[in-house]
Design a protein around this ligand. Structure first.
Ligand SMILES: Nc1ncnc2c1ncn2[C@@H]1O[C@H](COP(=O)(O)OP(=O)(O)OP(=O)(O)O)[C@@H](O)[C@H]1O
Ligand SMILES: [Mg+2]
Length: 411
């Protein structure tokens, strides 16, 4: 069982490459699903499928060829399937705050609904062993990072906030109903969230398990695109996912020659040289700029052939644990593979039993193992593309000191 995420900046070629990978895998005999997680779907366009064929299939599994299915998650369908009471509550709340009903309903589709819906499907298909490989064609980078952070966030919400909210709502609902029109969530809202949480259980472990899930970053040999790819690389590491390949798409081939695009070719060449250094030891694969759009099965097959050759796309091409815990003398170390980061960018603090690593606007909760819970973060340094966080001191040091003190002698 394999899950492969295709992520990258807008327009770099994620959908074309996901579709091409799907065709290659199906040809090799893997039961394959290509799922579009991006609300702006273009998967069926990429396969050049007839729209009318798809209209009544919105959001469902659509067979494309032997061993190959696609699915473009439809958020409206999903609301009816999973989100009814959450959606009803949020739109009632927005409506009370003065928004017109239709607008409130529109806004009640909160960010992340598509992503969670996709994860629900992924988990369902895994339980039913429906596919050998699932390829997730993600939305542009920022959104796909939200996608992978959802299970951790939900876990945190369920364990820290949910029970309390539910208890408070139960207690104050009868009283509050008499004095205000602001609705409090009803019991079925909580039941719904609980049910979603249950259906998502286990997905966080699957996403973090490099034997099951890897990310392939699609990029182009241009400065701005590459910068974003590097950032994405760091953040995926931070969320505990393994990037097993970087795909450089749209490289001008030799025969594109000089002329109008000659400066472009030189620029690309420069970046291609650095790409290997940026991402080593993660393998870098190359795809040329084709003469025309990559639409329809024939052209997608051509892309797959250039990209994979005899390589099996289902294999893992790089696997390394995203973080490791180590004890060094009287301290602990957490080592995170976070290339392109300097220790100055990182903010560390502890909240309850979690260590929070903050990098710009992204946050990662690292649940500390039992032995490390009483430690405090002492600092961080960067060495060979690894962020090394030291923990010690605090209650842990006190306990250590106590242990080292000479035993009182009995008189
Ligand atoms: N190597 C290539 N050569 C020529 N055209 C390409 C190549 N790769 C992608 N394209 C074309 O570029 C366009 C955008 O590609 P695609 O939809 O795969 O990108 P995307 O990353 O999924 O975009 P979005 O972020 O909007 O989802 C498509 O028209 C596709 O046919
Ligand atoms: Mg796309």
């Amino acid at each position: 069982m394999r899950i492969i995420l295709y992520s990258g900046k807008g327009g770099v070629g994620k959908t074309s490459i996901s579709a091409a990978t799907g065709l290659d895998l199906a040809r090799r005999g893997y039961r394959t699903l290509v799922m579009s997680v991006d609300p702006a779907h273009s998967l069926s366009d990429s396969f050049d499928l007839e729209k009318r064929l798809l209209d009544h299939e919105a959001g469902r599994l659509v067979p494309v060829s032997k061993n190959l299915w696609i699915q473009e998650v439809d958020v409206q369908e999903e609301i009816t399937r999973h989100w009814d009471s959450v959606y009803a509550y949020v739109s009632a709340l927005l409506n009370v705050s003065g928004l017109e009903k239709t607008l409130a309903e529109e806004l009640a589709i909160f960010p992340g609904m598509e992503e969670v819906s996709s994860l629900l499907y992924v988990n369902e298909y895994i339980r039913d062993k429906k596919f050998d490989v699932m390829l997730l064609d993600c939305a542009p980078t920022g959104e796909s990072l939200r996608f992978v952070s959802i299970p951790t966030t939900l876990e945190w919400y369920m364990s820290k906030v949910f029970k309390l909210e539910r208890r408070v709502a139960r207690l104050v609902r009868p009283m509050l109903n008499t004095i205000t029109s602001v609705p409090l969530p009803q019991e079925d809202y909580f039941k719904n969230i609980e049910d979603l949480h249950q259906k998502l259980s286990g997905i966080d472990k699957l996403l973090a398990d490099a034997k099951v899930t890897t990310v392939r970053l699609v990029t182009n040999p241009e400065k701005v695109v590459l910068k974003e790819t590097q950032r994405a690389f760091t953040y995926f590491c931070l969320y505990g996912l393994t990037v097993d390949a970087v795909i450089v798409n749209r490289i001008f081939p030799e025969e594109a020659g000089g002329g109008y695009f000659s400066a472009w070719k030189e620029t690309q060449q420069r970046w291609i040289e650095s790409i290997e250094e940026f991402f080593a030891p993660v393998p870098v694969w190359r795809v040329p700029y084709f003469q025309d759009e990559v639409l329809g099965v024939e052209r997608l097959n051509k892309l797959a052939k250039v990209l994979f050759g005899s390589r099996d796309p289902a294999k893992q091409y790089f696997h390394e644990a995203p973080y490791r815990f180590r004890k060094v003398n009287d301290r602990y170390e957490i080592r995170l593979r976070l290339p392109f980061v300097s220790s100055r960018d990182v903010d560390l603090y502890k909240k309850d039993e979690d260590l929070i690593v903050r990098l710009g606007s992204f946050k990662r909760h690292i649940s500390l193992p039992q032995r490390m819970m009483r430690c405090e973060p002492l600092g961080a340094r960067v060495k060979n593309g690894e962020l090394i966080i030291e923990l010690g001191g605090g209650a842990y040091a006190q306990a250590q000191k106590g242990r080292e003190a000479p035993e009182p002698t009995e008189k």
